[in-house]
Design a binder for this molecule. Structure first.
Ligand SMILES: [Zn+2]
Length: 207
């Protein structure tokens, strides 16, 4: 994603910090207890979804391109490089040679979102994974086309989308994020604050 978005992320971060200082202590206490109840309820939704569809609980993770091990692709911008919150997967032949290439689900899971959110993100697929009793989210951005629907379950390695360029903003590549907080907004793609985000390559290699 562009350096412009880095700036936006930075400004958003600043405005959040400023906002955090204004409310009184009591307000914050009430708010945080409401939030934790809401979070619990939202976990219950996924607990029951995966209980009823236990064949879609994750057992391992693969790469989203050149499956299973990213053969023919390289990571052009690693996690935390330039405050990047994901990995950027590109075809070895560079440019737009990977435009339209298949993107695969990195593991079994539930499609929580699959839509065009435009701007610097383009078409984005988000998958919730239940793995060893914990929840993770994988997010696939800038897609050319989306081949699955929100609310479906997928198996690891399923074709879910194709590599795009977010309507011509970038050279074609896949921006992949893995999160261990599954309730975050789309985010900015770049931030110094990596809370809720994991290093995708490290996570996939380990699991
Ligand atoms: Zn990226």
């Amino acid at each position: 994603m562009s350096r412009f978005l880095v700036l936006v992320a930075f400004l958003t971060l600043l405005s959040c910090q400023n906002r955090g200082k204004t409310p009184g202590l009591i307000d914050n206490t009430i708010k945080s207890s409401v939030n934790s109840n809401e979070t619990q309820n939202r976990y219950q939704k996924y607990d029951s979804l995966f209980e009823k569809n236990s064949q879609f609980i994750s057992t391992s993770f693969d790469y989203p391109v050149g499956k299973p091990n990213a053969k023919g692709y390289y990571n052009a911008q690693e996690f935390r490089e330039n405050d990047h919150l994901g990995d950027d997967w590109n075809g070895l032949n560079g440019g737009n040679t990977d435009l339209g290439d298949p993107i695969y689900a990195i593991s079994n899971g539930y499609i929580s979102s699959a839509k065009d959110i435009k701007g610097g993100w383009g078409k984005v697929v988000r998958i919730i994974h239940q793995y060893k009793g914990n929840y993770y989210e994988s997010l696939y951005a800038h897609c050319q086309s989306i081949l699955i629907k929100e609310g479906e379950f997928v198996k690891k390695g399923a074709l879910i989308a194709t590599i795009g360029n977010a309507d011509g903003i970038y050279l074609a590549h896949l921006h992949l994020e893995i999160r261990d907080n599954i309730f975050m907004d789309i985010g900015a793609g770049y931030s110094k604050n990596t809370n809720g985000y994991l290093d995708p390559t490290k996570f996939i290699n380990k699991n």
